[in-house]
Design a protein around this ligand. Structure first.
Ligand SMILES: NC(=O)c1ccc[n+]([C@@H]2O[C@H](COP(=O)([O-])OP(=O)(O)OC[C@H]3O[C@@H](n4cnc5c(N)ncnc54)[C@H](O)[C@@H]3O)[C@@H](O)[C@H]2O)c1
Length: 326
């Protein structure tokens, strides 16, 4: 089979891991990347031996598929350019920063095979085990879901200038919970939050209800001290009529403590851990799923329609927070 020609747009943290994973897949060729910040583009071209364009337009003429790893507010622009050139896309979460923007993307999308959204937790084996248990009906009717995902203050300092904690972290949880509950619609939403370190919401408690009466309580924050052993605290607890399920999504397995670090640090063993010289984990599974869908012209595992639903819920949470402030 001919190698799939891919490009990566936006070469920050995520653009780099996408590129490294694609380069390690034998059936994929990274034809080029795009990054407007020239020092980063130059450094990246040298490190990965790829051509880096200043913008995506020319690159789109040479690829079958792209990863969109730009900041959230620029996802839509790149996706629409890709559709116009018949290129399929995997976009990092969130699909867009408004539900109206997602609708615009859906309207321009030739069909569902053209876009996958990088909701990475759908590829996490711990979440998959939970999905299997829920789908089996073993827990009976689901009464409640508690879900939490917080980062340290360092994330807020870095990303909090451009987004809120619900857009950055809560969107992961909402997509995961809707998926775990079998696509049930969230009908009621309320929220309370605090702006502490950034102009956006830094700590948010959201309560929701699904169309069939499951209550959801979600906590998101980037208020934990940076000295904590891991910058991530995440998990969920689901209680049903016949039992419950508890899943720890925090880094928990590999701890390193050195004088230089000045503290203990728990390392990522799930999302993109380095094994030998290659990156593995759920991000690799996600990228492999995207490539497979493109190669077989199939609808990818996380569709734009599903991702739009998560954006709708986060938008409602943000609206509820703004009303609380008024
Ligand atoms: N799946 C996950 O777990 C996860 C984790 C972190 C971030 N994300 C998402 O990934 C995306 C990127 O996040 P990041 O942390 O890598 O951000 P980043 O700021 O580190 O990188 C973004 C890059 O895009 C570049 N860029 C800006 N405008 C561009 C344009 N018009 N064309 C091409 N490149 C452009 C910037 O110069 C920068 O290098 C965001 O949507 C974020 O929400 C996902």
């Amino acid at each position: 089979m001919e190698k799939l020609k891919v490009g990566v747009i936006g070469l920050g943290l995520m653009g780099e891991v996408h590129t490294a994973i694609y380069q390690s897949l034998p059936y994929v060729e990274v034809v080029g990347c795009a990054e407007p910040y020239r020092p980063r583009a130059k450094e990246f071209a040298e490190k990965y031996g790829v051509k880096v364009y200043a913008e995506p337009d020319t690159l789109l003429d040479h690829v079958d598929a792209i990863s969109v790893c730009t900041p959230d507010h620029l996802h839509k622009e790149v996706i629409l350019k890709a559709f116009a050139k018949n290129v399929k896309a995997l976009v990092e979460k969130p699909l867009d920063i408004t539900a109206a923007g997602c609708e615009e993307i859906l309207a321009a999308m030739p069909d569902e095979s053209y876009l996958m959204v990088g909701h990475i937790l759908r590829f996490d084996p711990r979440v998959w085990r939970a999905k299997q248990v829920l789908d089996s009906g073993e827990l009976g009717k689901i009464y409640s879901v508690n879900v939490w995902r917080s980062n340290s203050r360092a994330s807020g300092m870095k990303i909090g200038k451009r987004t809120s904690v619900t857009w950055f972290l809560g969107i992961h949880d909402i997509d995961m919970i809707i998926w775990l509950l079998g696509g049930k619609k969230i009908t009621k939403v309320s929220a309370m939050g605090k702006k502490i370190f950034t102009p956006f919401w830094d700590y948010v408690i959201s309560s929701m209800e699904t169309e069939d009466g499951t209550l959801i309580c979600m906590e998101n924050g980037w208020t934990m001290p940076i000295q904590r052993v891991t910058g991530l605290d995440a998990g969920f607890k689901i209680i049903g009529e016949k039992g419950m399920m508890e899943v720890n999504l925090t880094h928990a397995d590999a701890r390193v403590t050195t004088e230089e670090r000045g503290r203990s640090v728990l390392m990522d063993t799930f999302h993109w851990p380095m094994i030998g010289t290659e990156l593995y984990g759920d991000l690799r599974i996600e990228l492999e799923a995207f490539v497979k869908a493109v190669q077989s012209n199939a609808v990818p595992p996380v569709t734009a329609t599903e991702a739009t639903e998560a954006v709708r819920v986060i938008e409602r949470i943000e609206n509820a927070l703004d009303k609380q402030e008024a």
